[in-house]
Write a protein that binds this ligand. Sequence first.
Ligand code: FE2
Length: 444
Amino acid sequence: MTRMEQQAQPKPFWLDGNFAPVFEEQTAFDLKVTGNIPPELNGRYFRNGANPPSGKSHDWFLACGMIHGVELKHGKAIWYRNRYVQTALLEEDTPSPESRSKLENSIANTHIIGHAGKIFALAELSLPIEMSSELETVGPYRFDGHLNGNMTAHPRICPITGELLFFGYGLRPPFLTYYRASADGQLVQQEQIAVKGATMMHDFNITENYVIFMDLPMVWDFGERESGGLGVKFDPDYGARLGIMPRTGNNKDVIWFDIEPCYVYHTMNAYEAGDEIVLEGCRMVGYMAEGMTKPPLPKLHRWRMNLVTGSVREEQIDDLGVDFPRVPDHLVGQAHRYGYTAEFGQDAPTVDAFHKYDMHSGNKSSHYLKDGRTGSEAVFVPAANASNEDDGYLMSFVFDPAENKSELVIFDASNMANEPVARIHLPARVPAGFHGSWIASSGE
Ligand SMILES: [Fe+2]
């Protein structure tokens, strides 16, 4: 391809509009607010996303991570910061498979969580990268030397025990390893789990007594990976299974349920209901058949796996294209009524609406963004003295094209259609990114 032909190519979605990276790390204090920040929101909202330093990337998923954060305290927006996660990979435009194969060389672009007083920037196939509460990079984290493999970007924190439950998957054997860390951050269990090949295992779930592995047919294609692509392809011949294991169990305890081949990046939640384990997630089919430029829309589904009969039932909950499903952190692994999602556009995962699903009825209520504004994943934070499950707030970064800047928008989850309760005006644009967390302050 000549240079002119290259220039004539339309930009892929992940480099266009508000998916495009920002290049400046900024710090701003005492941010302007429209509306009122609920005074009980004391803590920090952090969100991760891919942000190629060169402005170029072969894929939405493969560039280095930048974290955007806002601290709230006593009804005020104290600061905004955006910082790269500082790793050796920042020197490379699109990190090579060779440099990504070193555990400590994380692109660290997918999620950011808090556990046992530490903050971790996460990307699958790498070690967690510890961050400070003001977004300085501390470095790769190995749980006192006990974590010698990679960690998913989607661990789960049990709201009852405080444990951090997670897995790591390998491109070579062992293909799957399960880990359990105690509430105080000690790695107390690791088990190798037998699966037949290397698949892209993105998410994971827990219930009160079990964990759920998703062995789905997005298999690694090393030829494509060597050429700089994401390196996976959808191969229905691999089969598709969900594996349920007691939290303190091991490989011989896993019960596998075959399901219709599909891919699920993100699950909403899982819980126990009598003899059944219920899993809810955003299911897609044929993914990668058309390439990353036009992925199919994920749709909310539910699987019910019966531990006694071994049967599994699958149902579609809605036919809208949604992803970034979340439930309140305190209901992870527990029966819940509501789940929150972001609606994806037809041509790109552009978020112009948020939906609250009543998972009992399948009905939804919605918050539509106006005037070309676009959001990203929304995180639920409960209100003080909440009496209903949806008494609380959803937080998301929302981009305003008229200003070419973003806001941290807080809206009322119990009245989705209402205007936001607060819009915190940021000094910069926050690109559409991936996942984040509200990390409440302790005792301040
Ligand atoms: Fe994810």
